[in-house]
Design a protein around this ligand. Structure first.
Ligand SMILES: Nc1ncnc2c1ncn2[C@@H]1O[C@H](COP(=O)(O)OP(=O)(O)OP(=O)(O)O)[C@@H](O)[C@H]1O
Ligand SMILES: [Mg+2]
Length: 221
């Protein structure tokens, strides 16, 4: 089993949206996926309530202190990819999530204050020298200077920037209202396409040795 942690010290950057959408993408790809909800706000678990208890992927709400054991059980049970949805602010929980991850995604809005929060998140995960990438979320569809500035800030911090952007699209939130994700709500839409790119990029980091090695080298350089 491979594990992806979605971490950001900043709130409302799209962590839960990406965790649930990536888990659905994995299921659509024929893999068994599960979301591990470490957030006391339990947004992913509420999403699952709306989706229905029999629908995949599984969503498990738990405390970070039980993460190791719960991931081991999931692996034994045949889960292929676990997505950890971490809460904002709580450093110790983010740390725990990073410790158990094979790949770490850091969603960040293209804004100055968010870039500062990204720096804190990067410092927090630095202890682990694991493959990680910053993914820009809520990008204005009409573009804007903030995007280039934030991408520059990511590079200056020596972090890896995912080669795709998640834009600010109403499809993401509309889909969630009924326990769905963008690619289910509007399969031919642009949000669906963005999630597909993010999923492919995530798989490349999880399953391609060369990509993994390259990423780690870049992070530790
Ligand atoms: N790309 C997007 N475009 C438009 N709306 C989005 C996008 N991503 C997420 N949203 C909406 O923004 C809100 C916050 O997203 P989400 O809950 O995924 O963020 P989060 O980082 O998990 O927040 P928290 O830090 O509180 O856990 C939700 O209402 C969600 O539907
Ligand atoms: Mg959340």
């Amino acid at each position: 089993m491979k594990t992806v942690a979605i971490i950001s010290q900043k709130g409302g950057v799209g962590k839960t949206t990406l965790a649930t959408a990536l888990a659905v993408a994995a299921e659509l790809d024929g893999k068994s996926a599960a979301v591990f909800d470490l957030d006391p706000q339990a947004s992913a678990s509420f999403w699952k309530d709306a989706r229905g208890k029999d629908a995949s992927p599984a969503v498990v709400s738990l405390q970070a202190s039980r993460l190791k054991e719960t991931l081991a059980l999931a692996a034994e049970g045949g889960c292929d990819i676990a997505f950890i949805d971490a809460p904002p602010v709580a450093k110790d929980i983010a740390f725990e999530a990073a410790e158990h991850a094979d790949f770490i995604l850091i969603p960040t809005r293209p804004a100055v204050l968010d870039a500062a929060a990204m720096d804190k998140t990067l410092k927090l995960i630095r202890a682990f020298a694991k493959p990680s990438a910053v993914v820009l979320t809520f990008c204005p569809t009409q573009g804007g200077r903030e995007i280039g500035d934030t991408e520059e800030a990511v590079k200056q911090l020596g972090a890896t920037l995912a080669p795709l952007r998640i834009h600010n699209r109403i499809t993401y939130s509309r889909a969630q209202q009924t326990g769905h994700t963008a690619q289910e709500f509007e399969p031919e839409g642009k949000a669906a396409e963005e999630i597909k790119h993010l999923y492919d990029y995530t798989c490349m980091n999880l399953f391609t040795q060369t990509a993994e090695a390259k990423n780690v080298r870049r992070r530790t350089a």
